[in-house]
Design a protein around this ligand. Structure first.
Ligand code: CMX
Length: 410
């Protein structure tokens, strides 16, 4: 067993009794109350999921190191990071049929559709599915999930960059460089010079994990709870991410900014003009993409990290100036409008500026980048789901009649 897998095994053995004790001795303890507002309002903030994988150190430069941290909770040494980098490198080769699946897509297909389908198609590679059919003991299920996860994560940069090459570069593609870590290899595959390697690492790291209740994480967990393999779960997660109220918002931010830019004829708007654009959007019944959050009630720290990077590396970028102005203008307007519970920006408000600056201007592709990062966090969660034997997720639904009775209306 490799170093990371050994260490993970130790952690799993230590953790399992904690869950067993909670269920056996404290199973009836009330954690949260459920209100009618929460039931109708999409279970916002309801404490009903478990994850122990939610804190990360964004200073860790290699994505592979972050995966180690997410799985074990320990900051890896340089050698431990190198081991994981090697593990990923060994698993990079994408099956031939995946290129054929990508090539077969009709023109104008959204890259997220292609990405999700390519991942799903690799279901036939799943060790987990094969072991399940052969009758694996449930205590051992995390192991093939671990193998599948590494196999899939290692291939995502190649799959994504091939989709990019096919859609936006007339099929002109690069071969993966076996000497590079995941972030640097992705920059190489995208044919982007430094510091795009750092941009890629930063991007994958800050998009990887965000608790369990957001739509993509929850979709991945929900499908995984049926004992579906990693390919099915991550494909489902990608579909959740593809909606405009979630991951696609980073594409929507750029679409919105381009619209403003077209109207301004490339001039930087004054603050008064920008305020007017924001109000026009709200008055048309649309949301301001990149602002608001289902749970956070302050500026998203992942927004701030990207903003700091922009301030350091591209303070004079015209698009950054737009986004910077929006940061001043939007929160007071959303507060004045009084609807959004969180008037502050989320991470999607900054993503596009960085990508655009370094030449990835095809904003349809931005959610695919999000998807690579998010897969890392979801895979870590799914391995732990299997290790801790978390059950099938199956909440109970009730009718409006029942709610009215509970509310005392009927
Ligand atoms: N612009 C305008 N109105 C907004 C808004 C925004 N950015 N954010 C919230 N509102 C509105 C909601 O549409 C809702 O209006 P109605 O009462 O008319 O339905 C009201 O404010 C209350 O919503 P909320 O409780 O503050 O927010 P939700 O938890 O329902 O939704 C989110 C959260 C992120 C979907 C919402 O803020 C939004 O639509 N933001 C813009 C899209 C976006 O940036 N999504 C990405 C989020 C991060 C991610 O997942 O990637």
């Amino acid at each position: 067993m490799a170093g990371l897998k050994d260490k993970l095994n130790d952690k799993i053995q230590q953790h399992r009794p904690r869950i067993q004790k909670l269920v056996k001795d404290y199973g009836d303890v009330v954690v949260d109350k459920v209100t009618i507002g929460q039931i109708i309002g999409g279970m916002r903030g309801l404490k009903s999921l478990v994850t122990d994988i939610s804190y990360l150190d964004p200073k860790m430069p290699f994505v592979e190191g972050l995966f180690y941290l997410l799985l074990t909770g320990d900051i890896p040494t340089e050698n431990e990071v190198s081991d994981v980098v090697d593990e990923f490198r060994r698993r990079r080769i994408v099956p031939r049929y995946i290129y054929e699946v990508i090539d077969a897509f009709p023109c104008c297909s959204h890259p997220m559709t292609i990405f999700s389908s390519a991942i799903l198609t690799m279901h036939r590679e799943s060790f987990f599915a094969k072991k399940y059919t052969a009758g694996i003991n449930k205590m051992d299920m995390w192991e093939p999930m671990y193998e599948d996860s590494l196999n899939l994560l290692a291939k995502l940069p190649e799959i994504a960059s091939y989709i990019y090459a096919k859609l936006y570069r007339d099929g002109k593609r690069m071969q993966s460089n076996p000497n590079l870590d995941m972030g640097a290899d992705f920059a190489h595959l995208m044919m982007k010079p430094a510091p795009y390697d750092d941009v890629a690492r930063l991007h994958f790291i800050i998009h990887s994990d965000h608790e369990s209740g957001n739509v993509s994480a929850h979709a991945g967990h929900l499908v995984g709870s049926t004992l579906a393999d990693i390919y099915m779960s991550i494909s489902a997660m990608i579909n959740g991410l593809a909606g405009p109220l979630h991951g696609l918002a980073n594409q929507e931010v750029l679409r919105w900014l381009q619209d403003v830019r077209d109207k301004m004829g490339d001039e930087i708007p004054t603050e008064a003009e920008m305020k007017q654009f924001v109000w026009d959007t709200l008055n048309a019944g649309h949301v301001i993409p990149g602002y608001g959050h289902a749970v956070l009630r302050k500026t998203d720290p992942r927004y701030s990290i990207q903003r700091d990077f922009c301030l350091k590396h591209l303070p004079n970028d015209p698009l950054f100036k737009y986004v910077d102005m929006l940061y001043k203008v939007v929160p007071p307007i959303l507060k004045e409008q009084g609807k959004a519970k969180n008037p502050w920006p989320n991470l999607d408000a900054q993503t596009g500026v960085l990508q655009w600056h370094y030449g990835v201007t095809e904003y349809d592709f931005y959610t695919v980048l999000f998807g690579i990062g998010r897969s890392i966090g979801i895979a870590a969660n799914l391995i732990w789901d299997r290790a801790l034997l978390y059950p099938l997720e199956r909440p109970k639904s009730i009718t409006t009649d029942m709610l009215e009775k509970i509310a005392g209306i009927k």
